[in-house]
Design a protein around this ligand. Sequence first.
Ligand code: CUA
Length: 194
Amino acid sequence: MHTETHTGLDAPRGIWWKPAHKAERLWVGIAFGWCLVLFAMMPLWHFKGGQNPTGIRRRTDPKAYYARTMEFIRQYKVGEDRGMPIVAPPPGSDVYLMAFTFQWQPILKLQQGAQYTLHLSSLDMNHGFELFPVNANFQVVSGYDYGLRVSPTAAGDFRIICNEFCGIGHHTMVGRVIVVDSTGREIASSGGVQ
Ligand code: CUA
């Protein structure tokens, strides 16, 4: 007696399918149309959305970036907070911030309304730059110097949070940016964060 073997890897024999129902065809059509809309939105939003930074990107070496940041700290250091240098660069200057496990260095003191080029890079692994409570997020990647043109719009004492998991001390990786208003006055806030 011949027994036929038919595994799940073979297609079922004969005409096993029914033509798609009208409603199914309609939904596939709608879904496909929506895919095309979303696809078109990606390039469109890059130019129209105003949400992509138009900064500069260049390759760098972590050692060189470290040296450049240390030079920047030496040049404009105005104080210290528990051993962490506070640096107040003049308006229009290039500002260097380095990320490494598990710190952001240095503390930046910027002026409201002034323009800066904020350079971000990591000395070891990926970190995430998030300026709290402002909705600004940037990947901080080792080997790349990411220069953002920034102009602080509000005075206050802000925190930089690492939002890219980077290891055991990730949750302690908090930096600080102080923005002084046009009179040069620092706005003190009760909780340290505004
Ligand atoms: Cu650095 Cu998480």
